[in-house]
Design a binder for this molecule. Structure first.
Ligand code: ADP
Length: 435
């Protein structure tokens, strides 16, 4: 952004103006510059920079500094300065609230000035030597307020000992007031942007849920129709297999029929869950226990594909859910991680972690596979979206999991890891104390 800070008449660096020229006109000019920036931008740094520049260039004060209260509420951070030596900047970078002159101004909300700052009993001890070396004499610091709260301080220093006159104090206070307003506006603005962002996310989720329910209705009809013949096929295959007259060759083929029929049954099961035909029960469950069960179930297959399993289960509260459904979610995530890693040669590590997070419990399934390409990331939770060849993927695992998790009041999201691989994070509201 183009800055329009007031310049000293010489156009060069800040230099004390001849005495007596600190007239109302130059003060108005400073205030005008600051007020103009405040109304023009919501960028806090821009406001701070312009305010400091205006103060030093127009009044000729050698040094100006601006500290803002850090989020920890205990320290003040240097957010802008003009004319400071490197050593002075260093000691001013972070000041404890309540200590030294600037720290006191911020703690009490009252302005403070000195004609010989080195001799002041409250000068910040680590800064004393530097202030002496830099020959700073006159010093003034005023608080920056907003809505009754102190947000920081605005300070001026100069090498001459004359007092800061009433007009100069007024000017500094007016500038600090403008900065307070600007900070307030910027905060309101970023709060509005955050809310808008949340609204957009909620809208996207709503669209997604709509899509799920439309496909769900269709899928559930088909699933019901398929379920009955599938059960018959499976039953007949098992009956035949138990017949002693079946030859080994026929037996092998029957086993293939049974295996494929039960694979189809799993898909139908996924479809029915997806269509929410099954009302879940909400019981206290331990996410770590569900993960242990799923890893036990998949243990042999993971071992066969030389996948190392790492688990980190921190003590965490129970979540309210249906253990069958939660296992289904975890099975889908572990299955995807397994398939992603089985295709590549580098080290295969599946990490499953559980940890408490405020009012929630998180579970992460992380792999060292190729990760999820950016272009498909927005679609992976869509029903029937798959990048796997026919027979390997139905494109239902993640959308079913998403449906289950949101129905239980939780969230499921995917990310790529910087070091490669994908990670899925399941976050569920904690239901009860437990482990
Ligand atoms: P399916 O596994 O049947 O394809 P899913 O809904 O479970 O269906 O997954 C959708 C798609 O998301 C997958 O086809 C794959 O492209 C991608 N995906 C899911 N998990 C991973 C993972 N761990 N690593 C890389 N890609 C993944």
């Amino acid at each position: 952004m183009k800055r329009r800070a007031a310049r000293s008449p010489s156009g060069g660096s800040a230099r004390p103006r001849p005495r007596g020229r600190s007239d109302a006109e130059s003060h108005l000019k400073i205030l005008h510059t600051v007020a103009e920036t405040v109304s023009r931008t919501l960028d806090v740094d821009d406001v701070l920079r312009t305010a400091l520049e205006a103060l030093t260039h127009v009044t000729g004060h050698e040094i100006a500094s601006l500290h803002l209260l850090a989020p920890d509420g205990k320290t003040l951070q240097l957010r802008g300065e003009r004319g400071m030596s490197a050593r002075l900047r260093e000691v001013n970078e972070c000041l404890p609230l309540g200590e030294g002159l600037i720290g006191r101004v911020a703690a009490t909300g009252r302005a403070l000035q000195s004609r010989n700052v080195v001799r002041h009993p409250h000068v910040f001890a680590p800064a004393k030597a530097v202030v002496r070396l830099d020959q700073i004499r006159g010093f003034i610091s005023v608080p920056i307020h907003s809505r009754g709260r102190v947000l920081g301080t605005l300070s001026l220093g100069r090498q001459t000992p004359e007092r800061f006159g009433a007009r100069e104090v007024e000017l500094l206070e007016a500038t600090a007031h403008q900065i307070g307003l600007a900070l307030d506006n910027a905060r309101l603005y970023s709060e509005t942007v955050r809310q808008l962002d949340e609204l957009r996310r909620a809208q996207a989720q709503l669209i997604h849920a709509e899509k799920l329910s439309a496909v769900g209705e269709l899928a559930s009809g088909v699933a019901h129709e398929i379920n009955n013949p599938l059960t018959t096929i499976l039953g007949q295959a098992h009956l035949l297999l138990s017949d002693s007259e079946v030859t080994p060759l026929v037996g092998d083929r029957l086993r293939i029929v049974a295996e494929e029929a039960s694979r189809a049954a799993r898909i139908v099961q996924n479809l029915l869950l997806f269509a929410r035909q099954y009302t879940p029960e909400r019981r206290p469950c331990s996410l770590a226990d569900q993960a242990r069960r799923v890893l036990e179930l998949k243990g042999y297959q993971l071992l066969q594909d030389t996948i190392r399993v790492v688990t980190e289960f921190a003590p965490a509260p129970y979540v309210l859910g249906d253990d069958n459904q939660l296992q289904q979610v975890l099975l889908n995530l572990v299955q995807n991680a397994h398939q992603a890693m089985a295709k590549q040669m580098r080290e295969r590590v599946l990490t499953v972690r559980v940890w408490p997070n405020g009012q929630n419990v998180c579970l992460e399934v992380r792999d060292t596979g190729p990760g999820i390409p950016d272009e498909i990331m927005p679609r992976i939770f869509d029903p029937f979206f798959t990048t796997k060849p026919p027979g390997e993927g139905s494109g239902l695992g993640l959308s079913v999991s998403y449906g289950i998790v949101t129905q239980l009041g939780g969230r499921l999201r995917a990310e790529n890891r910087a070091e490669g691989g994908a990670t899925f994070i399941l976050e569920m509201p904690a239901g009860d104390a437990g482990s």
